[in-house]
Design a binder for this molecule. Structure first.
Ligand code: NAP
Length: 490
């Protein structure tokens, strides 16, 4: 391993356990491909169950000394990590372009959110406070201490790898926990090893952060079901999340689950059509629609429907598609063949079921054309599934009751947006949509480090960001002191 480098072109072929960069040795290796060019970016070790055990051993051994460090020392390490994000911003943007197919707008938004999250986490370092409270028992004093949970496991997906790892890792570390992090296999650097490098350089003690690369299908159960995990911070699909949560629950590790979505975008009859279409284009096609909070379904009042479809299709067709390293390009490649084939199959099935393909539907290698489908209904494949692609099924509705009914007709409840010329009407619809996050006169792709983020229904359990993430990675300890002899009834 080369020393202190942050660029994607460096050698990343190692695990990071107990402060050591562990080379693959006789382990299998996993290739990482640039989806834009199909060139090999790097290889990383396929971590084993023994590696998982070693990572937890290191975390357990390092945690209490880290928690005992004065708050300002923990804060300093997190602050220094933030400065490294600034110093190496361009390296991080490049790595996100090459490893996850992120166009510049998305890569920058990802860096910026992660940067904000690190800043937000600094404040958690001195939030491990003790509060006193009165007692019902004469002569007793109660103290409630806020303490770290212990070992936080983080499993993250490939679509926003840097931010989705950082938004769990930074608060967990700031609050005195140790971390075992498993990044997704397509993005082991931006979702894992790069964070290890940043915190190593920032002065985090050995063992406090450990990164094990490897396939979820091989080591996922060992990580999720490890008896030393106290919190299971998982971001990914609902299907895998349910399995991970049940494994974690076997050991009573708290499942903090950020899962899939099927996010409706409602446009009422009095909406500003220009503004609604601007939001729709961004919310559907940013990062090729591969965001848990992307617009999955467009629900549009029948009076605006034809014009909306026409304008959306025109705008979709005009989007520059190509290698994200060319800053002109807005739409990059999707992550791999299996994702591509799945989303194209949804489009095909939707057209077979009677929808009209207004534009798109094709692909060149991993570049899927921005696609607009009209005459769609809620039960068609591109609408009722989380398509996770640059695909916009547009569904008409005739009144607000129907809009809300359609919006809620999904097992998910992550994010939504409503466009309307009447804010009271929009607020009313927002209140009736079953989602953890609803945005008025905007689109659903929003994340702000100080505001709680998460879903209802099958979209997850718990919240990231805000004060909520601090509460998930910490707990309380009640210490009472009986200062006068207590009188018992028997
Ligand atoms: P995924 O297939 O569920 O994988 C997520 C992570 O879980 C990866 O690191 C994966 O590793 C790992 N994994 C796979 N099988 C596992 C197992 N049996 N035990 C433990 N871990 C296992 O999701 P994805 O395809 O990477 O990401 C897309 C999904 O994430 C979408 O559904 C999206 O909505 C969701 N997501 C949700 C949010 C949110 O905040 N709610 C944010 C972003 C994405 P491998 O890569 O090695 O398989």
């Amino acid at each position: 391993m080369s020393e202190s480098s942050f660029t994607i072109s460096d050698d990343w072929n190692a695990l990071y356990i107990d402060g050591e960069w562990v080379e693959p040795g006789d382990r299998d290796e996993l290739g990482v491909e640039n989806p834009a060019t199909r060139e090999r970016v790097t290889t990383v070790p396929a971590g084993t169950e023994d590696d998982v055990d070693r990572a937890y051993d290191a975390a357990v051994a390092a945690q209490s000394a880290w928690a005992d460090r004065p708050a300002d020392e923990r804060a300093e390490v997190i602050e220094r990590a933030g400065e490294l994000l600034d110093d190496h911003r361009d390296d991080i943007l490049e790595a996100l372009a090459v490893e996850s197919g992120s166009a510049n707008t998305k890569a920058f938004a990802e860096w910026q959110t992660a940067r904000g999250m690190v800043d937000h986490a600094v404040g958690f370092a001195d939030d491990l406070t003790t509060e006193t409270s009165d007692s019902m028992i004469p002569g007793k004093t109660n103290e409630v201490q806020r303490i770290p949970k212990g070992v936080v496991t983080v499993i993250s997906p490939w679509n926003f790898p840097f931010n989705l790892s950082m938004r769990a890792v930074a608060p967990a570390l700031a609050a005195g926990n140790a971390v075992v992090l498993k990044p997704a296999s397509p993005t082991p650097v931006t979702g894992g090893l790069l964070l290890a490098r940043i915190f190593e350089e920032a002065g985090l003690p050995d063992g406090v952060l450990n990164v094990v690369t490897g396939r979820g299908s091989d080591i996922g159960d060992a990580i999720a079901g490890h008896p030393d995990a106290d919190v299971m911070a998982f971001t990914g699909s609902t299907e895998v999340g349910k399995r991970v949560a049940s494994k974690a629950a076997e050991n009573l590790a708290l499942p903090a689950m950020e899962l899939g979505g099927n996010n409706p975008f409602v446009v009422t009859e009095d909406a500003d059509l220009d503004a609604a279409v601007d939001s729709a284009v961004f919310g559907s096609f940013l990062h090729q629609g591969q965001i848990c909070i992307s617009i999955n379904r467009h629900l549009v009042h029948e009076s605006l429907y034809d014009e909306y479809v026409e304008r959306l299709a025109e705008r979709a067709e005009a989007l520059p598609v190509g290698d994200p390293r060319d800053r002109e390009n807005v739409v990059g490649p999707v992550i791999d063949e299996s994702q591509r084939d799945q989303m194209l199959a949804y489009v095909e099935e939707t057209v077979e079921a009677g929808a009209t393909l207004e534009t798109g539907g094709g692909h060149e290698d991993l570049y899927v054309e921005p696609t607009v489908l009209s005459d769609a209904t809620n039960d068609m494949a591109a609408a009722c599934n989380e398509h996770f692609g640059p695909i916009a099924p547009v569904i008409p509705f005739s009144d607000e009751e129907e809009a809300v009914e359609l919006a809620n007709d999904t097992e998910y409840g992550l994010a939504a947006a409503v466009h309307s010329g009447d804010l009271d009407r929009a607020r009313d619809i927002a209140d009736r949509i079953e989602a953890g996050m609803v945005h008025v006169n905007d689109q659903p792709i929003n994340e702000e480090p100080h505001v709680p983020f998460g879903g209802l229904k099958d979209s997850g359990i718990g919240r990231y960001d805000g004060r909520e993430i601090f509460e998930e990675v910490t707990t309380t300890k009640w210490v009472s002191v009986q200062e006068e002899t207590r009188e018992y009834p028997f």
